[in-house]
Design a protein around this ligand. Sequence first.
Ligand SMILES: [Cu+2]
Length: 318
Amino acid sequence: MSVAARLSAFALLLAAVFAAAALAGGLVDPDGASDATGTAHGATATPHDTDGTHGGASADAHGAGGASDAADHGADAGADHGTAGHADGTAQAAAPPGLTAEQDGYRLVLDTAPRTVGVTAPLRLRILGPDGRAVRRFDVAHARRLHLVVVRRDLQHFRHVHPVMGTDGTWSIRLALPAAGTYRLYADTTIDGVQRTLGTDVQLPGTFTPRPVARPATLADAGDGLQVRRRPGPAGTVAFDVLRDGRVVTGELEDHLGARGHLVTLRAGDLAYLHTHPAGDQLAFGVELPGPGTYRSWVEFRLDGRVHTAAFTEVVSG
Ligand SMILES: [Cu+2]
């Protein structure tokens, strides 16, 4: 056997071992190396958008269910669709995004976070590149260079905000976390065309009373007298109708950060992260859930110049 032949035999063996390990861990993506599809994993996204009026910082913040401090829904910046998939061609497609603070040498460092329940305080983070220095050049994906999703680990208190970057690469925003507990923080970025979502936790001291994930339902409240109804969409998608006084208003939806809507889905337990955008003009999303589990999704859309959020639970049995 030549050296080359032996090497490739070894590579095959390694691949088989990794595949077996991945199967054992139940982490196999149903599509195999599907990170390049750009539907769920790759799609970047974006949301909320508000020009923040916090303390003069121009960060924007938007809370679900009206829990946001200083949320004031401003106009979108120019939309730019940078829906890059994980086009790095590596074989790391098995794990869903958002589970680690480091990926491909890029690392999320949380410098400052709120420490007191209900008190608006700075949150500062940096994304360090493979050279160990703060990345300062981010691609614009859905009108923002960084999308920050914050949610308590029991899937309550969802927030989607947009920090502002300083010249040294530090991203800051002022926000208040409404209750004690451990929050998961996702920094959703695109750098050189590759989208990555890095995650870390923030602990907020106090008496923590976990709440169960809401039971699956087809109708959810979106505030301001609006409701959202979930239904099967075309071609295996999941679609949402926005209702006002029981009437569908989907046709009047406005663009929100470069898309008709946004869908963030988290898996209960490990909090794997999926961020999806509709392919067309409707709120219809091709979500590829990575396996059995309970999932909580927040659909975000803009109507009457305001961003609205409705949350849904889905249980996928194994
Ligand atoms: Cu965003």
